[in-house]
Ligand binder design. Structure first.
Ligand code: FES
Length: 129
């Protein structure tokens, strides 16, 4: 039996939305202090919705699966909806993670929330110019 759920294995072996966006509207990067892994999310926003999302993750299988699942969960969602997304939501959508890999799920929603903060800051700065 696999250490990981079928969904984790699927998202690890065939990650969705890998890459980066040229001229993104927002970028969010987080690192995991426990292992040193890094996750970066790039978003495009239109009418307050995520219309494109890509990620680059340098990390373990769980971190890559978390990034991939999180990217699918937020595509087409409003910024408010994405801000309500929790790391637990992403782990649950993957049918859970092994206990010693729960910390890996702490990157996904956090990186997306940071990308939204970055987008909002850019919008604010644009208005002030
Ligand atoms: Fe680093 Fe999983 S071991 S994020």
């Amino acid at each position: 039996m696999s250490f990981y759920s079928k969904k984790v294995m699927d998202h690890f072996m065939n990650p969705r939305n890998v890459g980066y966006i040229d001229h993104p509207d927002g970028v969010g990067q987080v690192g995991n202090p426990i292992c040193g892994d890094m996750m970066t999310f790039y978003i495009k926003v239109h009418n307050n919705r995520i219309i494109d999302v890509k990620f680059q993750t340098f990390g373990c299988a769980a971190a890559i699966a978390v990034s991939s699942m999180a990217s699918e969960m937020v595509l087409g969602k409003t910024l408010d909806e994405v801000q309500k997304l929790t790391n637990e939501d992403v782990a649950q959508a993957l049918d859970g993670l092994p206990k010693n890999k729960i910390h890996c799920s702490n990157l996904g929603a956090n990186a997306l929330h940071k990308a939204i903060q970055n987008y909002k800051l850019k919008m604010k700065n644009k208005k002030e110019i």
